[in-house]
Design a protein around this ligand. Sequence first.
Ligand code: ADP
Ligand code: MG
Length: 392
Amino acid sequence: MNLPGACGSVTSLQKPQPSGYSSDGVQCNTVRLTSIPLSMLRILTLETTCDETAAAVVTDSLEVLGSVVVSQDSLHQKFGGVVPEIASRAHLENLLPVIDETLRRAGISLTNLDAIAVATMPGLAGSLLVGLIAAKTLALVLQKPLIAVNHLQAHIYACKVAFKAELPDGGPFPCVGLIVSGGHTSLYRCNGAIDFTLLGGTIDDAAGEAFDKVAAMLGLPYPGGPSIQKAAATGNPKAYSFPRSLLHEDRLAFSFSGLKTAVRYHLFGVGDSKPGSSGAGGVSLIPPVSESEVSDIAASFQEAAVDCLVGKSVQALKQIGLSTLCVGGGVAANARFRKKLEDSAHKNDFRLYMAPPALCTDNAVMGAIAVERYQAGLFEPLDLDVSPGLVR
Ligand code: ADP
Ligand code: MG
């Protein structure tokens, strides 16, 4: 494949600039025409790692020209979790319309793109493959470079995109990065945008997985994180003392399985867990529990999970000797977590960059990390494969 050199080939093209984006930079329904700087690089990024089909067009100055995210929540809701086969089939149906709409919002055509980027790791194999095949096809047909995006690094890069105005060119690096989602709860030493060293992660469930499962136990709808947050808003976080596993150990690791089981025992009693009797689709078969008790359990669970996430992040900063924390992933959208992390940043005197909520759950804007790879000349051959494996 011929890789283009610098992107100076555009001469007098009129480039639509999004007006009316939301503060998170994701939505941009209207476009207005302005001149394009001659050197602007435009990359189409694709995201199909799990259950969101997303595309974005981003520039080398980390502007978001267009972005679309189609969630599959309604398809998976009745199963109480993501069904991989359904997810990949939905990506197949959604991806081309999502790309078309993204380009329409960006006001450009495929031929105006300088590179195609796609998240290739980690994620569900079938879901990742849909994005990869689309990206390879576009790269081949358009004769543009193909760029591989590490979805976990991209979650942290969302902070650089969101805070680009106040960050130095190099971004927030070096920093500690906390990625907290449905599949991952991991701490990294982020030496640079694409240079991460794993410090530690969960030894069992991811935090988002615990939110989803506890919500199912409480008869609350999927995805569980937003449901727990909503129920917790009227609950007492001190009503029940659920465990904060590993919090007081030096080890940089998380464990949410015991917390999840503690909620289950609280609801069903020890040894009477009636497997399969609760959960899917928000259909509650739990013993009669009042709405206020559901709120108290949700708030107490949320508080315990948040304490672990905040506590371990602070521990990581101290152990590694860094004073900047970046946070991304779906659970980072949690309002209680954000508040407690902000309080901790003031108390412990560290710089905190949290991806805005719309850039926490899966999206393609964070695929702007492809700019870093483009600038480093890191392009992929067309036999590129996906790397689904969980990183823990
Ligand atoms: P993935 O789909 O790769 O697991 P996402 O980054 O899309 O990752 O995150 C989805 C997870 O985030 C789900 O487990 C969901 O319950 C959780 N989540 C989303 N919003 C919230 C919230 N407000 N509070 C807690 N968890 C949340
Ligand atoms: Mg998701």
